[in-house]
Design a protein around this ligand. Structure first.
Ligand SMILES: C[S@@+](CC[C@H](N)C(=O)[O-])C[C@H]1O[C@@H](n2cnc3c(N)ncnc32)[C@H](O)[C@@H]1O
Length: 484
């Protein structure tokens, strides 16, 4: 489902760019664009070159920025970058910081996208830091060719720190904000497996080099390091911010800030089919949570369900054994799970249920038996071809017995409300994108398993999904019923 309707209200890309106009304006764009029979102009979003050309042309047409984006580097998606800048505008305005704004962009990249946009759009002064020498060279060229040297300064970071180096040797520079789009992944394997199999394949082609996207410990440790270093520089930056790519990271960082009593707020950056999150914190006297509150949607979902797992017969009472049992249950329920973090006896797991496989189990077993009996009967009666086809085609069996379920490795179906809703939601919005039906999560949640004194606790936090928090309660109930 496209998230464009949730984009920042001032984001110009809420209205999709006019590709036919770009074709007329830019030869480069014309070479990557295709015109369909209806006259609609489109590009192949899976092709990195098309994405690069699109970004360059939009930067030119919408911001009068002339930018080099090297082939081996990340192509910044403009709606997302703009969402971040607009949220910063909101934060600064709410804090009544409007004049001569100075900011830091941590990891500015070859394109120097944030400094360019911030300088051109708002005349902010930005210090961009970068560890990659090639990127910083090109970033400087981008600043120069747009005559933004007065607004943007670049600093090569060859230390193991993230911001500390900016304030050494008595350097007491002051900034209104810092921002960061951190490298997301902790290693190449994680990068390759970054998308849960439960999610649709990415709509856009993949761009970026491992240096840009990988950092030890992934984005969580990178952001934790920014927070840690920010403590030593409470007064150098009024509001620290970062973007994060995983909701799990946001939840963890919020817990860290809460534990340390640091004031914070957060937001969602919605665009296309991708959601990212923004986190801001301050040591100054601003109640930023009240000034720019988090999005309602996210706040509503934060109270977790907690269940004390009883001891299992014939198993030692450990977090590891409990997780083994839970994994078994999730496989049984066809729920996709991915371990996000393992620390000592704490395990955090991302869960995605694509279909409701846990409701009305007894009814399902009855129906399955009926279905098997019917199939047996069809076999013995040796009836017409149509029913024979039905045997080999689960879809056809479903049509014959609409109230029944077909159990095989990949397909579960029942007539519960959630699944009907999934079909309706997608059917209403994008009837031509039927493929998305199978991907709409019924429940997406974060599971935490940890030891408290002698007990093992299961904590489930609802993220999203058409079954709502009720769906998560049902999963917990299923776990309770099957914890034996
Ligand atoms: C995901 S890219 C973001 C690039 C750009 N800001 C954007 O949004 O398109 C992360 C960048 O951070 C840089 N980086 C990684 N560690 C860094 C550090 N400690 N200090 C400064 N930059 C760093 C990487 O080289 C990379 O260019």
């Amino acid at each position: 489902m496209s998230m464009n309707k949730y984009m920042h209200p001032r984001n110009i890309y809420k209205i999709p760019p006019d590709f036919s106009k770009l074709v007329k304006l830019y030869n480069d764009f014309a070479t990557v664009a295709k015109t369909g029979l209806s006259g609609k102009v489109s590009i192949d979003f899976k092709n990195p070159n098309s994405l690069r050309v699109l970004t360059k042309c939009l930067l030119k047409s919408d911001f009068n920025l002339d930018v080099i984006i090297p082939e081996d580097k990340l192509v910044p998606t403009l709606p997302l970058r703009l969402n971040y800048i607009l949220w910063l505008e909101d934060l600064l305005a709410a804090m009544k910081l409007t004049i001569d704004i100075k900011g830091i962009d941590i990891g500015t990249g070859a394109c120097a996208i944030y400094p360019l946009l911030a300088a051109k759009k708002n005349k902010w002064h930005i210090l961009g830091t970068e560890t990659d020498k090639d990127s910083i060279k090109i970033a400087q060229q981008n600043i120069d060719r747009n005559q933004l040297q007065d607004c943007v300064e670049l600093s090569h970071n060859s230390t193991g720190n993230i911001i500390k180096q900016l304030f050494i040797n008595g350097n007491d520079r002051k900034f209104h904000f810092s921002m960061c789009n951190p490298p997301f992944y902790s290693n190449l394997q994680e990068l390759c497996e970054s998308r849960s199999p439960a999610r649709p394949p990415p709509k856009n082609g993949f761009t970026g080099s491992p240096q840009e996207l990988i950092t030890e410990g992934g984005e969580l440790e990178f952001c934790r390091k920014i927070i840690k270093e920010s403590r030593d520089h409470e007064n150098n930056v009024i509001v620290y911010t970062t973007m994060v790519g995983h909701k799990y990271t946001l939840a963890e960082l919020i817990q860290d800030l809460q534990a340390d009593g640091i004031k914070y707020t957060h937001t969602e950056f919605c665009q296309g089919h991708v959601t990212r999150w923004g986190l801001a914190w301050t040591y100054q006297n601003y109640d930023i949570y009240k000034l720019v509150p988090p999005r309602e949607k996210l706040r509503k979902t934060r109270t977790p369900i907690v269940y004390l797992l009883p001891e299992l017969p014939n198993a030692v009472y450990t977090v590891e054994e409990a997780f083994k049992k839970l994994s078994y249950i999730f496989r049984e329920l066809n729920i996709d799970y991915k371990v996000m973090e393992k620390r000592g006896h704490n395990i955090s797991v991302d869960l995605i249920a694509k279909t409701n496989t846990w409701s009305n189990q007894r009814r399902k077993r009855r129906l399955q038996k009926r279905l098997q009996d019917e199939i047996k009967k069809i076999k013995t009666d040796d009836v017409c071809d149509q029913n024979m086809n039905a045997k080999s085609d689960p879809g056809a069996v479903l049509n014959l017995f609409p109230d029944s379920i077909v159990v095989n490795n990949s397909s579960h179906s029942d007539n519960n409300e959630s699944n009907n809703k999934a079909l309706k939601i997608n059917g209403n919005e994008e009837t031509t994108h039927n493929k998305e039906i199978q991907y709409t999560p019924v429940v997406h949640a974060l599971l935490k398993l940890f030891k408290k004194d002698k007990d093992i606790l299961l904590q489930m936090e609802f993220y999203e999904g058409i079954a709502g928090k009720q769906g998560l309660h049902q999963i917990v109930q299923y776990i309770k019923n099957n914890w034996k």
